[in-house]
Design a protein around this ligand. Sequence first.
Ligand code: AMP
Ligand code: MG
Length: 352
Amino acid sequence: MKRAAACLLIMISLAFISGCTERDRMYRESRVLMDTFCTITVVSASEEKAREAINRGFAEIERLDGLLNYFSEDSEITAVNRAAGRPVRVSRETLDIVKKAVHISEITGGAFDPTIAPVVSLWKFSKDISAPSIPSRDAVATALRHVDYRKIEINTAASEIYLTEKGMELDLGGIAKGYAADRAVEAVKAEGIKAALVAVAGDIRGFGLNPSGQGWRLGIQDPRPETVSERPWEDVFATLELRDRAISTSGDYQRFFIKDGKRYFHILDPVTGFPAETDLISVTVIAPEGYVTDSLATAVFVLGVEKGMKLLESMGIDGVLVCADKKILLTEHLRGKINILNPAYQAVNYSP
Ligand code: AMP
Ligand code: MG
């Protein structure tokens, strides 16, 4: 649960309940799954149908967690990691998400790398970070030798994943929540639901319109709030409307510690094995699919403003990039579509 508390909601749904017709209502439920808070909101005229759809959505997230959880003794990812050096047969979903993760690694030039696990475990951000420690450069360098997504082999016909070197390990922490939101949305849709919002922590995917006939209104968490709030995820600096899209935020404020005045956080540069040296403090990505927004938010954070903006624009994907000086850069298509609530943040035009 420590982990859950630390990586709580990056965004919170501010879906407005006003204007519900007599027929359609919103039904919402939260559960702790994937070591974090998940919330499913469903619009339906029937409470029974809504509850059934919500249960199906959660069941899907739970099932995926069973396959993909790095920390679980009996997940498929653990089986793949333990068997590094020989191929392992896995389910269709595990194969699918690993393929997707490798694809994102390719298009981000390795800024996103699911083989980062050996280095991630040295940093212990997933454990108690009240007693922080910085791993030695030697330990990081040794672990880094096993970090390279190009050493993952995937045999689709045999449904096998092969980590080609002993010591390699997969960590899907930067993509699995968005992927789970995608799958949960499919499960909810399959129940005949026309509108819903699935949030796996800050990886959120919505479809359809809320009962007021609008898209889902979401807030982006303030990465540098002036005061410490008990519910930091409700401290938002901007809102926007989501229509049939997914949204994810990555930032240096989600799991971090400060030592000797320097901030160390959970997003690592696969080249150095250290927290990414970036000019960004928060990156929000909006795209049709959650696995894309989840992994690209992480990657763009590592890439920094220039390369990150270039990547998003070249893919036609929307992004809200917050720089250390609280300047906000928006991809072209998003300009005028985000509502900045906190005057400390200022949207500026990006010119490469
Ligand atoms: P997110 O919170 O989605 O930005 O993902 C961060 C999580 O992904 C971390 O907690 C690590 O488990 C993992 N991770 C950290 N750095 C990277 C990276 N460069 N590429 C892929 N996964 C990463
Ligand atoms: Mg992410």
